[in-house]
Design a protein around this ligand. Sequence first.
Ligand code: NDP
Length: 247
Amino acid sequence: MAPTVYLVSGANRGIGLGIVTALAMRPDVVVFAGTRNPATSSDLSALETKYPDKVHTVKLNSADRADIDAAIAEIKRVVGKLDVIIANAGIAKYFGGIADMPLDEIREHFEVNVVGPTVLFQSAWPLLKASSKPEFVVISSAAGSIAAGAALPVGFFAYGVSKAGVNYLAMKLHSEHPELVVVDIHPGPVQTDMGSFAQSQNPGLAGAVKFISVEESVTGIMKLVDYAKRDAEGPKMIGYDGFVFPW
Ligand code: NDP
């Protein structure tokens, strides 16, 4: 049986590293782990050493078309196919509200959180569509839900509006590509660098929300990725625990 081939962006730490670690332990997989700086991604290097036939690090800076094209060319050269893309790389750097939000913050969040997954799809599609079950997974956020995220009286504006944008991308990909399975996931409030930063910016958050481990989030994410099917109505934003968020 040919292995299932995955590409995961933002794989050097946090949820992305957790996904690559979980995949590496499976039989019959090849995982390409995207990182901005392979030379300093020591956890990925260790996984590559431990699983040399299964884990390959590729340089991948979110919205850099040349980087992504080179990574896709490498995947084509090494295994000749691609089955699942997990667009996980993301930033949440500024938690202010709209009135005092520097516009460059909004631009940067869009560049990484929306343009990044879009370019990844554009570059990978010719290879991905040759798969018998091409799957594109967006790691989004409940903060991008207009009904839930935008209703919160706290900041998150640059982040939330960019995640609302990537949710639109998920639905649009489903509409434009009838052969593609699109999955849109809220990974939960997770103990990562991003999760810690969110808590430091919103002291009330830690008490109000239970932050889960990377392992718990990844277990839920992989269930959704593994059992995903194309739904005629299009993807929904689903939490790691199966909760369906309103768009
Ligand atoms: P982390 O901050 O821990 O990790 C973010 C990852 O994205 C890193 O690997 C980072 O690489 C990468 N990244 C950032 N900018 C770029 C870029 N320009 N190009 C390529 N890679 C980049 O975040 P999490 O693991 O917590 O988040 C992963 C995803 O989950 C994100 O999309 C996030 O929005 C989403 N999410 C997380 C939640 C949480 O509570 N943690 C809640 C809801 C959603 P580098 O090390 O080089 O910076």
